[in-house]
Design a protein around this ligand. Structure first.
Ligand code: GUN
Ligand code: FE
Length: 446
């Protein structure tokens, strides 16, 4: 499966690579040579070959980096839903249900992003922390503030993280004088945000249309935002069916529409580049519409449990062939690490299985796929990222399960599949030696 690229091979790694494909949740490639070209794309993946043969075939002279037996490469983690602006209070304020949590904690904090120095501090921290924990792609909510949202885009770009960045739109139910927009203001500022961000021509950072959720947005705003998204071929993100109380409120706000999903659909917001967070309380009929529209879900298990919102049945979502990724949903979720999202996704599926033993829990291989290829598919980026197929960008973590003073004690060597399982369940950023995005080493920060 080699497709010769014209760009020169600039990095070659030798060792074990683990990744997912559409067919297999876990593929282990031992004794493999992987080349990355000067554009950051994977130029070859050759298993069980002599170095001389591979270097002759692909014509490279660069050094080969040999991994140790306790190391492997895996695809970068994809956080499909994270509020960068809420990172300042992550790990606190988890004592209220969603709607009260928003007005009590979230809106007052988000209103502070008129202060660009505060924004710079928090946004630098969240980009560094998530990269350090292996998030090579993040789909961010910022705040309603255009300039601070542009700053988040700049910081992600500077640190080399692949990102979608959304200026939040909300023209009603802000419940705070200092944190809401007029409808026209929201449209004008969104247009300015998109124009300014596209003008910068960042390779890895793009704008995403971000109506906060149906509770915060008038029908007029939803409709006009969908037009702007369509005209610019943008991704769209929002929240849906996170809590039962919210579903009821949306029904009151849009009495003519049958379901929450219909509200977004009627306003042309369900596209094959739309990602909706949570979806805990979606019906089969709504999931069918998601499938029909090619719209994705971001499963945010830490947040769903921390705010007592609900338990998403991932198997039900997948049975409808709806694209699904994992999200941290900081700060509704208290951890910014996607390893935590992997663990909480497994716990949620096991809790569902405890309540109903006919439900089969997700395997670690399946949660691994959701956190990598699944997330990439959910963000419609799987032509470019998500696994180690030749021609894709090299977004990868170099993992060492046996680092000195690390969190994992290995009594014996059981092979790469067990190493991956141990890392996913008990590892942390100490085990992540290096992070690459589009072939560039972004961790350790140089
Ligand atoms: N729904 C609308 N806004 C938010 C938010 O900031 N966090 C979460 N978890 N849900 C939301
Ligand atoms: Fe959220």
């Amino acid at each position: 499966d080699s497709q010769v690229s014209t760009a020169t091979v600039s990095k070659v790694f030798r060792g074990t690579f683990v990744h997912s494909t559409q067919q297999d949740a876990l593929v282990v490639l031992e004794d493999t040579l992987l080349g990355v070209d000067s554009n950051g794309k994977i130029s070859f993946v050759e298993r069980g070959q002599e170095l001389e043969n591979v270097s002759a075939k692909f014509g490279f002279k660069c050094d080969v980096t040999q991994l140790s037996p306790h190391e492997f490469f895996m695809p970068g983690l994809v956080d499909t839903h994270i509020h960068a602006s809420q990172y300042s209070y992550a790990g606190t304020a988890l004592d209220l249900p969603l709607l009260q949590w928003l007005t009590t904690y979230t809106f007052p904090v988000e209103s502070q992003y008129t202060d660009l120095e505060f924004a710079r501090r928090v946004y630098t921290q969240v980009v560094k922390r998530t990269l350090r924990n292996g998030t090579t792609t993040a789909c961010y909510f910022a705040t309603i503030h255009t300039d601070a949202s542009l700053l988040l885009a700049q910081i992600a770009n500077d640190f080399g993280q692949r990102a979608l960045v959304g200026k939040v739109c909300m023209d009603r139910n802000g419940a705070l004088e200092q944190y809401k927009e007029g409808t026209q203001e929201s449209l004008d500022e969104t247009s300015r945000f998109i124009r300014e961000l596209l003008k910068r021509k960042y390779l890895l950072v793009k704008p995403v249309m971000t109506p906060r959720f149906a509770v915060s947005c008038s029908g007029e705003l939803l409709l006009k935002l969908s037009e702007i998204a369509k005209n610019n071929n943008l991704h769209i993100q929002s929240h849906i069916s996170e809590t039962k109380e919210e579903v009821k409120l949306v029904k009151q706000l849009f009495p003519d529409l049958e379901t929450y999903t219909d509200v977004y659909n009627e306003h042309n917001l369900l596209t094959n580049k739309t990602i909706m967070a949570h979806g805990c309380h979606l019906s089969d009929k709504e999931l069918e519409l998601f499938h029909k529209k090619g719209t994705s879900l971001a499963h945010c298990p830490n947040s769903n449990i921390s705010l007592c919102s609900g338990l998403l049945d991932v198997r039900k979502v997948l049975s409808h062939k709806v694209k699904l990724g994992l999200g941290t949903d900081v700060a509704g979720g208290y951890s910014a690490s996607m390893l935590d999202a992997v663990r909480r996704a497994r716990d949620t599926s096991k809790a569902l299985s405890i309540m109903d033993p006919t439900r089969v829990p997700l395997t670690f291989e399946e949660t691994f796929r959701l956190a990598t290829l699944g997330g990439s598919q959910a963000l419609s980026m799987d032509g470019q990222t998500g696994n180690f197929e030749v021609g894709k960008d090299f977004d990868a973590l170099r993992v060492n399960v046996a680092v000195p003073d690390g969190p994992i004690d290995l009594v014996q060597y059981d092979g790469p599949k067990i190493l991956l399982e141990k890392f996913l369940n008990t590892g942390d950023d100490r085990n992540i030696l290096e992070v690459y995005v589009a072939g560039r080493k972004v961790v350790p920060i140089e």
